[in-house]
Design a protein around this ligand. Structure first.
Ligand code: KG4
Ligand code: ZN
Length: 350
């Protein structure tokens, strides 16, 4: 009997223990989560410092580091949960979106462990994984809620109507917000990863540089964003000042950029809350780790009486626990893959 014939009718357990494997970018992450809510182990081995001198993630370096780190991350996760591979009910893995070579390491590894234990292989969308981090942050959270998805690759306001039905209310028409943080970091001479470095620099600056709040009042799609123009505005400002021989206060630029990039996110999320009538707002994706965004969300939700679900910073950026959390939901539906599963550079935001 083939592997898939053996596992396709696996009995679905409500109390399932899922291993989440994530390798879409520069983090090799393996976590073990019970019932999609309780984190039993959570390991992350990052290759970020190896990319820093190149100013961004080098795909080949990321892939090679995944191959070196994935076994250690898995062994450490099992050890810290006090479990063996045979205790895992299903192996969830990010199938996309991300860097193909990097994803392939996780997908191949997940196939191997699923095959060797005769347990289901559950493909997970990285984006859905980010959104599912909210279930780890608030163990009682149930849809519906609105989430601000703000990562390096995506920016969107999404209505989570139920555990499976996501409606994208609006998204970026060009760059993602995290990408804008990374590009602005480069203009300001800051290292990769840009987001946390821009945030750090902004702490000593003032919001005094006039920058556009792109699409704050855009007629096209009410909930759409644009970050390409904001990035260009920052570049133009810095270059113009330099040409005039003026010293650029980089901290002020960082703080002003942060306000322009983030205020619109929160404004549009509030519009979405009003439209849907939902009372819970969550944040997902790496930019969710930004302190200014977190403070603004706390203030806004308190003022408007919304419940706020703010995953810990560690669970906003890439991690294996979010993949296990979403993997649990897919496991409950019996969404298992066979061994032909392939990595996908792009997965639709749906
Ligand atoms: O979700 P994530 O870890 O990976 C993707 O799926 O893209 O997001 C990474 C993005 C990067 O662009 C990074 O600069 C940004 O999240 N980021 C931040 C912060 N931490 C990470 N942006 C602003 N402030 C932060 N503290
Ligand atoms: Zn991510």
């Amino acid at each position: 009997m083939s592997y898939f014939e053996k596992v396709k009718n696996t009995e679905i357990k409500k109390d399932a223990v899922i291993m989440g494997i994530e390798s879409s970018c520069d983090e090799t992450a393996v976590a073990i989560v019970k019932n999609g809510r309780e984190i039993l182990a959570d390991e992350i081995i990052s290759s970020a410092t190896e990319h820093a001198r190149f100013g961004g993630v080098v795909p080949e370096i990321a892939s090679r580091n995944h191959t070196v780190a994935i076994l250690t991350a898995t062994e450490n996760a099992l050890k810290s949960a006090g479990l063996t591979l045979n205790d895992i009910d299903a192996f969830a893995v990010t199938e996309g979106a991300g860097l193909l070579g990097a994803l392939l390491v996780g997908v191949s590894f997940a196939k191997a462990v699923a095959y060797s234990t005769d347990k289901p292989l559950v493909p997970v969308s990285h984006i859905r994984g980010h959104i599912a981090a909210a279930y780890l942050a608030d163990k009682t959270l149930k849809p519906p809620f609105v989430t601000i998805l703000a990562s390096g690759g995506h920016t969107a306001i999404i209505a989570v109507e139920d555990y499976y039905k996501l409606t994208v209310l609006g998204g970026t028409i060009d760059d993602a917000v995290g990408e804008a943080f990374d590009k602005v970091a480069r203009v300001l001479g800051l290292n990769y990863p840009g987001g946390p470095n821009v945030e750090r620099l902004a702490k000593t600056g003032q919001n005094t540089v006039k920058l556009p709040k792109m699409l704050a009042h855009y007629d096209g799609g009410e909930y759409d964003f644009s970050y390409s123009g904001l990035k260009t505005a920052v570049i133009n400002y810095v270059h113009t000042e330099q040409q005039k021989g003026n010293e650029v206060n980089k901290a002020d630029v960082a703080d002003s950029f942060q306000h322009s990039a983030i205020d619109v996110l929160v404004e549009k999320a509030v519009m979405a809350m009003k439209k849907t009538g939902y009372t819970t707002l969550a944040v997902s994706g790496g930019v969710g780790a930004n302190g200014y965004l977190r403070d603004l969300l706390k203030e806004t939700c308190e003022k408007r009486g919304y419940k706020l679900v703010l995953p810990e910073k560690r669970y906003c950026t890439d991690n294996g626990a979010m993949i296990a959390a979403e993997g649990y939901l897919q496991y409950l539906k019996g969404n298992f893959a066979d061994l032909t599963l392939n990595a996908k550079a792009v997965v639709p935001l749906k």
